[in-house]
Write a protein that binds this ligand. Structure first.
Ligand code: GCV
Length: 647
């Protein structure tokens, strides 16, 4: 181990040799990124085939991030479209070497998505909103942190192709508003230069009310000349300090954050005003579509939060400037264990789009439960929107294939913190690694990504690959089994969102209701209800309209269903709920049994860490099972057909 305060995660190479021991010849003129590529080869020197010369070359004709690797008898040539392409080539070579081994031949790669970003919800005081891995490594006590840990983070990101990072929380509160001012810019520049040397652009979340909070103005109306002048001046200062700055991420008119609605303006007015200021410098505005009424009266059965994103943004399609990207959460609600894909994908045809997923497991076990999210993200990416006859999946839209856009891509809410292993649960690092790999190539399978990560992190013993692979690949389904059923979502404790509370959000203002009675559960979202299903294109709209054609895993998202309704396999809805909750807990028990058979194959520290998380998961899963089953049993007074214990 090279460092003491943190681990090397999937970049734990064998002990390095001196840089000079790797025979590298660089043809392009050396810049900071090429320097990193050579540094990485030196760090991994012991893993490289001995005696082979390594050539680093550049081909002007290629996509900048693309690379080709040729392995010959006496040398290896890495050619990149730019020095970033070469850096990705170096990481690609090392990954191949350590997972599959090298044989003579050549292969090429280029990323499918232009933007592959992490959004950190780090606050300037060092706390992290929905952070489950310790404190921030970017901020502490209103100061910006910078050092070797930042570098290790950049290496880990670059190794999987992440090329953009938003440093601070979308909820920009108090001092964080000042990040765009001279007070903080020199420190942000230090981070941004380091990240840039790994091919990563730095972005900041900004407060839409900055003209009031910092500029001394009385409004932040996007059409007010003084407000426009304020932002123009601010971006000028910003780019003077950080010429390669990526742009702004904005959460506006959402959960109490200020926005253009206050002034009767649209989100296009707000986003475009900022976009015009950033445009001369090549900067982007990433504008979030997470806009809904968070002060709903629970008695109001007409308002449907699921509809809100589409209702707000579909009418604005085509009105955004070319350097604006709408950032859309994967589902219409909020990162639940199971949701349909947001109908904005397929609803928008003339607007740049970015998919937002959440690696931080806010609603999927908070990095105490193992929940490998790649299978979920792959389902989302492969969803057909029918916006065009072909190339119409979410993956096609966000990669630019459908509409030829270049300002588009995918981002994840980061799951990192200053814990020694970066992600709290050691197995949660598979979501960080996997996000980058999937963003680079959505065609990779969940299995392939899991296996790569296991080998790079724990080694290549077959038994370990099998056991950890099975745990990861079954984990999302297991979590879904023992938590809220068939897409209904929520049922969590308010505020911190950990653990079961069936009515935790039932009489609250957040628009997240299941409306269970003694005979039925669910919100009807077909035409007889809120009409949400009609926001999809055909044939999806009709599929979701009818109970019989709605995919069963989403049944309770779209429809209100009586407990005695028979599912396709003949079981009643109630019996299905009981069965899955018993099964989910058994799955966790099996994970623990299987994991314990690997005691000799994992170092003591990591084994103990993972086992303690699995044990906590079992306890929580049991609580989920018993609370959910008991809730429905007491309501319906119908026992489990198999006579299992319900309280
Ligand atoms: C950053 C959910 C989370 C909030 C988060 C919000 C968002 O509501 O609970 O913590 O705020 O999503 O995505 O903006």
């Amino acid at each position: 181990m090279m460092q003491t305060g943190w681990e090397q995660a999937w970049l734990s190479y064998a002990e390095p040799k001196d840089a000079c021991e790797v025979p590298v010849t660089c043809c392009p003129e050396e810049d900071a990124v090429l320097g990193r590529a050579k540094e990485e080869l030196a760090l991994a020197a012991k893993e490289l085939p001995q005696g082979k010369m390594i050539w680093l070359k550049q081909s002007e004709e290629w996509d900048k991030e693309a690379y080709q690797i040729c392995v010959g008898a006496s040398d290896i040539t890495i050619t990149g479209g730019s020095s970033v392409g070469i850096l990705y080539g170096v990481f690609g070579l090392l990954r191949r070497l350590r997972t599959k081994g090298l044989t003579d031949g050549s292969w090429s790669e280029s990323p499918k998505n232009p933007l592959r970003m992490l959004n950190h919800w780090d606050n300037i005081d060092g706390s992290i909103e929905r952070g489950y891995s310790g404190r921030s490594f970017f901020f502490s006590n209103d100061k910006v942190l910078f050092g070797e840990r930042t570098k290790m983070y950049a290496r880990l990101c670059a190794s999987v192709g992440i090329n953009g990072v938003v440093l601070n929380n979308v909820n920009v509160r108090q001092k964080a508003t000042n990040l765009i001012t001279q007070e903080y810019l020199p420190a942000v520049r230090e981070i941004s230069e380091l990240l840039a040397s790994y091919g990563i652009r730095t972005f900041l979340s900004v407060n839409f009310a900055a003209p009031i909070e910092l500029g001394g103005l009385s409004v932040s109306d996007p059409l007010d000349p003084d407000v426009i002048q304020y932002w123009r001046r601010q971006t000028q200062i910003l780019y003077r300090e950080i010429p390669n700055f990526g742009g702004f991420l904005v959460k506006a008119d959402s959960e109490g954050r200020p926005g253009p609605f206050t002034y009767g303006r649209t989100h296009a007015d707000g986003a475009n005003m900022l976009a015009k200021c950033l445009e001369p410098y090549g900067g982007l505005v990433i504008w979030r579509c997470f806009v809904y009424n968070c002060s709903q009266d629970w008695r109001d059965t007409k308002t449907d939060r699921a509809r809100a994103g589409y209702d707000h943004f579909a009418p604005l399609d085509g009105l955004f400037l070319p350097n604006v990207i709408l950032q859309i959460k994967n589902g219409p609600m909020d990162f639940q264990v199971r949701e349909p894909v947001s109908p904005l994908f397929g609803g928008l045809t003339k607007t740049n789009q970015m998919l937002e997923v959440q690696a931080a497991q806010e609603y999927t076990g908070q990095q105490i439960h193992v929940c490998y999210l790649i299978p979920m993200w792959k389902e989302i990416l492969s969803f057909r929107t029918y916006v065009t006859e072909e190339n119409d999946t979410v993956a096609d839209i966000i990669s630019g294939k459908t509409f030829g856009q270049t300002n588009c891509g995918i981002c994840a809410v980061a799951n990192t913190g200053d814990d020694q292993n970066w992600t709290g649960h050691d197995l949660a690092a598979a979501n960080w690694y996997g996000f980058g790999r999937l963003a680079w190539d959505p065609e990779l399978s969940s299995e392939e990504i899991a296996q790569e990560w296991i080998v790079l992190t724990f080694g290549a013993q077959e038994k370990l690959k099998k056991v950890l692979g099975d745990i990861l690949l079954n984990s999302w389904k297991a979590y879904e089994n023992y938590t809220s059923p068939l897409g209904i979502g929520w049922m969590v404790n308010p505020s911190h969102h950990y653990g079961p509370n069936v009515e935790g959000y039932e009489y609250d203002r957040w628009g997240t209701y299941h409306r269970a009675t003694r005979t039925a559960i669910g919100v009807e979202r077909g035409s007889a209800g809120t009409g949400f299903a009609a926001q999809y294109r055909e044939p999806n709209a009709s599929m979701y309209e009818h109970v019989e054609t709605t995919p069963e895993e989403l049944l309770l998202f779209f429809h209100r269903i009586p407990y005695d309704y028979r599912l396709k396999d003949g079981r009643t809805l109630l019996q299905y709920i009981y069965d899955t909750h018993f099964a989910g807990v058994e799955q966790v028990e099996h994970m623990i049994e299987a994991f314990c058979t690997c005691k000799e194959l994992i170092d003591e520290k990591r084994f103990a860490r993972i086992l303690s998380r699995l044990t906590a998961q079992l306890q929580s899963a049991t609580e989920w099972r018993d609370r959910i089953n008991t809730y429905f049993y007491r309501f319906t007074e119908q026992p489990d057909e198999h006579g299992r214990c319900i309280y």
